[in-house]
Design a protein around this ligand. Sequence first.
Ligand code: TRP
Length: 336
Amino acid sequence: MNKNFKDLVFSGVQPTGNLHLGNYLGAIKNFVELQKKTDCIYSIVDLHAITVFQDPKELKNSIFETLSSFIACGLDFKKSIIFNQSSVSGHAELAWIFNCVSRLGWLNRMTQFKEKAGSNKENASVGLYVYPNLMAADILLYKATHVPVGDDQKQHLELCRDIANKFNNDFNKSNFFPIPEPLIQKKFSRVMSLRDGKKKMSKSEESDYSRINLQDSEDQIEKKIKKAKTDSSLITSDKKDLEKRPEALNLLNIYSSITNTSLEKTLKEMEGKDFSKFKKNLSDVLIATICPIGKKIKELNKDKSLLLNILRNGAEKAKIIADKNLKEIKEIVGFI
Ligand code: TRP
């Protein structure tokens, strides 16, 4: 469908401090793989972040920490474009144009807004409501063709496709914007809480024992895995059985993902073992992968001028593409 366009991956991540294993295995590790095959643009989406109030100091720190985590996990700022969204003004400009293309009825269907606004919709920011239009602008400002997304963003990407189509139709430019395709991780993309296998691993869960943070020490990782909820049955290779044991399945999935093996292979390897043995294996592989990343994050975080430089360079590269596309877009819309 997008054969007129060069393959280009775009993804955005909200700035947050203290990234965890779920952020790594669910998103960043995949970004690192993608940059080996395709041109990629990764944006730390600070404009999205302020749809709910952010303490300015914390926001700044979160942007730095997200960048440090990206680099420590293996994103290459020389190869891919890495920048913070607010430093390229085209995002906000195109978002306005899309506010006028997108329909109220479309936004009213967005389930994430309903969840995030909760029962007090009247008090939600207008930005939170039109956030999917901004996300469409992020992607289409670069005419990106592929977007790695988790389950929770699929509906927003659908909306982006609707906006691209409507713009192309309204202005009679049938191939102006590509219709971006989702890239869904084939392996598992959801790391669950270590305390409750039905809940996503999250920074907002109260207990720190529910997650592995990228900056955890060896001791912390070992303790958290030891305490992780499981059951007293042995590991079986029967996937149906495991589906009824979400905590067990989660740990086996984490092991597979960290060691780059399929779940089937892990199950064969671990079949018949009890969880205390498996947990030792799991904390060993986690420590070997996560602790070097954590150390690197801490190091990078100390060098703010390096981080600022990376963001500035990234923004400059992003701007070249954005400015060219935005000029065409303005022309199409009829601006002088
Ligand atoms: N909305 C995404 C999230 O909350 C972040 C995001 C913003 C994004 N712009 C994007 C993701 C463009 C993919 C493409 O996770």
